[in-house]
Write a protein that binds this ligand. Sequence first.
Ligand code: SF4
Length: 349
Amino acid sequence: MTKINLFGLSLSELSDYFESIGEKRFRAKQVLPWLYQKWVTNIDSMTNLSKDLRQVLIQSAEINTFKGMTKKKSRDGSVKYLFNCFDDKQVESVFMPMKNGYTMCLSSQVGCAQACSFCMTGTMGFIRNLTSAEILGQVVCMLRDQAHDRPFNLVMMGMGEPLLNMKNLEIALDLLFAKTGFNLSPKRVTISTSGHVKNIERLSRFKPLPRLAVSLNATTNEQRSEIMPINDRWPIEALLQACRSFPLGTRDRITFEYVVIRDFNDSIADAKRLIGMLEGIRSKVNIIPFNETPELPYRQPADEDLHAFHERLNRAGLRNTIRWSKGRDIGAACGQLAVKGIKGKKRRV
Ligand code: SF4
């Protein structure tokens, strides 16, 4: 008999399961904290359930995240994890120590269909969406491994376009925010998109609302289409309109990621256009110097150009930070995640 994986089931799916074995639906709420707050790996640890019920569960259910994992530690303290899925696909995630806790960068897909030309994941093509168990499994496996109790933030900026895996993303968000789940504040979760306008609109109706980050990287449609094919479907104007309509709390801002590539998008003219584009949107810009890798043809910007760009934004009062990626020595930096030797479909959605 195939066992049901309790990990990653939505509250209603878990309640249905309990009903199907003749139990009360509220048992689901008793089980969630074991999975997402205590990170248990076996059903027998769930001591608020009777011994008899635990025996019934053991016969028909299990707790599964990944088959295994390996990790590499960077000189800067960040750790890159490679998770092996049960179908032998692999995904990467990054655990980064920050000033006030930790940030975990999560993947949403194996590979990615978006084919952004500055990103190693884009070279893999699309293989498949991660399940909700695999999205949340990355969090629990890293927390178990790091065994820490400090506050953490999650950013969906790893492999894949999260807004093309909406169903599983929404289940994961529900469990991240549920009191009996991870009980995380929505302010601690950021969803980063390459600009899937239709699903930015769908995300804007999700409650509670996570933070939104948009991978922008260019200031004209011609330039953006050259490095991000999604721009042909949703050009900058449509993307910014969706951002303007995205509901924000009083102190919230949309993060715009701007990967700076030498002699491509690093001029003062680019900085000026960026300032104009973001006018009227409560925003902050993460300026990310391109992380060079032998497989991609781009170069990191010259220091003086990077600082001139940053200064120009400062002078205009546009909130911005230069973000040197963590984990560059272990291939864990922004745009460097990719599982070698895998080729998926070059599908663009
Ligand atoms: S930048 Fe994001 S959306 Fe673009 S190819 Fe890489 S993972 Fe996919």
